[in-house]
Design a protein around this ligand. Structure first.
Ligand SMILES: NC(=O)c1ccc[n+]([C@@H]2O[C@H](COP(=O)([O-])OP(=O)(O)OC[C@H]3O[C@@H](n4cnc5c(N)ncnc54)[C@H](OP(=O)(O)O)[C@@H]3O)[C@@H](O)[C@H]2O)c1
Length: 260
């Protein structure tokens, strides 16, 4: 999506994938400076460790505790996390507003952390449910300390889920459940969904997960993981180039790759 966007705007950049061993992370980051790279994306398993090698960390990335985008400004390397803001942009594009709303977030992994730190200041109530309950409870208490809001964590049990989804305006799956090759798995029974809610599944492969299919069938608004993927990439693009990213072009480029 980045190379397509560079080409579309006539920008003289190229995006490459480089595999970095954990033992080489520090020297790889030094290489960004010495090679004069404009910036990089950082992915699993380096998103947390990379922070200690950077010059500056954006406050949201600091809160989240992970960086996925680094920009090199004259040798000063600044780290950002675009996952949460990218999700908000995808939701905003779908017409989702947060004021006075109840959000139920399934999962407490890396993506859930990124989303929750961006949603917590906006939503009225945020409920985080996770298979490993302790992680949801810990994340909820960090968010409560930081934002002083109605935020609670709990187990991803059938009864708790049914109780919390009742009255929710936005339901987000930020677990890996439903991801290829187990695309038919779904944490939420379709009978819990209704046409007044928005359902956002961050899984992007398949593009339409079973959760999204069931949500669509009851008339709920749906947002897919591909929207988040493109919007977080678009924010990185903007950070590196200072240009407005061609979102539609980027979306079609990713869609084409995933279709293969
Ligand atoms: N669309 C995008 O741009 C985007 C961006 C980032 C990630 N993602 C996708 O989001 C998913 C999660 O990524 P991540 O980085 O947050 O991974 P992660 O840090 O490994 O977290 C995985 C989460 O899924 C939960 N989980 C896994 N298997 C489960 C199961 N069988 N039942 C219930 N919960 C289960 C885990 O619960 P426990 O804590 O109990 O293990 C944890 O909350 C992946 O599918 C990834 O591809 C999409």
């Amino acid at each position: 999506m980045h190379n397509t966007a560079f080409h579309h705007l006539g920008l003289n950049y190229v995006y490459l994938c480089l595999k970095v061993k954990a033992a080489n992370l520090r020297t790889a980051v030094e290489g960004i400076r010495s090679l004069g790279l404009v910036g990089v994306n950082v992915t699993i398993p380096h998103k947390v460790t990379v922070m200690k090698y950077l010059s500056e960390i954006d406050p949201t990335a600091k809160d989240i505790g992970a960086v996925n985008t680094v920009v090199n400004r004259d040798g000063v390397l600044k780290g950002y996390n675009t996952d949460g803001w990218g999700s908000l942009n995808a939701l905003e594009e779908a017409g989702v507003a947060f004021r006075g709303k109840k959000v139920v977030l399934l999962g407490a992994g890396g993506a859930a952390r990124a989303l929750s730190f961006c949603i917590a200041p906006l939503a009225d109530v945020l409920v985080i449910l996770n298979r490993t309950e302790e992680k949801a409870v810990d994340l909820a208490s960090s968010l409560r300390r930081r934002f002083g809001k109605k935020i609670r964590g709990g187990p991803l049990h059938r009864e708790v889920l049914a109780k919390e989804v009742d009255g929710a305006d936005l339901l987000i799956n930020s677990t890996s459940v439903g991801m290829y090759p187990r695309g038919e798995e779904c944490l939420v029974d379709g009978s819990l969904l209704n046409s007044r809610m928005t359902v956002f599944d961050i899984v992007y492969n398949p593009q339409e997960t079973r959760l999204l299919r069931e949500a669509k069938s009851v008339g709920a608004t749906t947002v897919g993981g591909l929207d988040m993927l493109v919007h977080q990439g678009a924010l990185s693009f903007q950070i590196w180039t200072g240009e407005t990213p061609p979102i539609d072009i980027m979306f079609r480029a990713v869609e084409k790759v995933l279709e293969v």
